[in-house]
Design a protein around this ligand. Sequence first.
Ligand code: COA
Length: 146
Amino acid sequence: MVRYPEMTDADLDAVAAAESRIYAFPWTRGNFADSLAAGHGAWLAREGERMTGYAVMMRVVDEVHLLNISVLPELQRGGRGSALLDHLVAWARMHGATRMLLEVRPGNLAGRGFYRRQGFAEIGRRRDYYPAHEGREDAIVMARGL
Ligand SMILES: CC(C)(COP(=O)(O)OP(=O)(O)OC[C@H]1O[C@@H](n2cnc3c(N)ncnc32)[C@H](O)[C@@H]1OP(=O)(O)O)[C@@H](O)C(=O)NCCC(=O)NCCS
C-alpha cells in the first residue's frame, strides 16, 4: 500500500540522499529545508517503511507549480510517478487550483515523455534556467488544466 505523508524536517537527510542519486544537479538538503520553511506542499511516497519517492509543489492562488517529483532510480517506470502525480493533482484540485505548471530540462526526454503522457503540453521556454555542465540550460515550461 502506498501512502503520501507530508515531508517533515526529519525526512530531509533521506530525501537529500535520494535526490543526489537521481539527478546530476540535485537539490541540496537546504533547498528542501527552504521549501518546507516557505510552506510549500511536500510529500513522501511510502510503501511500508520504505520511501520510494517524493514531490514538492508550490501553490500560487489558483495555480500550482510542481517544483520536484522524483522516484528512486531502481523503482522508476513502475507507475509510481504517475500515482504520486495523481495524489498531487487531487490535492491541488481540493485546494481550488485550476492549472499545474512545471519546468523540465530539454534533455530530460524521460521527464518530458512522462509529463506529456500525464496531459501536460509545452507552453514556453525560460532561458538559462538551469545550471549545466557548461554554462546554463533553458527550461521547457509545461502546463495542464486541472
Ligand atoms: C519522471 C519520474 C518522476 C516518472 O516516474 P516513474 O514512476 O518512472 O513513471 P511511471 O512509471 O509512472 O511512467 C508513466 C509513463 O511516463 C512515461 N515515461 C516514464 N519514464 C519514461 C522514460 N524513461 N522514457 C520514456 N517515457 C517514460 C511512459 O509513458 C510511462 O508509461 P509506460 O511505462 O506505461 O510506458 C521518474 O522517472 C523520475 O524520478 N525520474 C528522474 C527525475 C526526473 O526527471 N523528474 C522529473 C523531471 S523535473
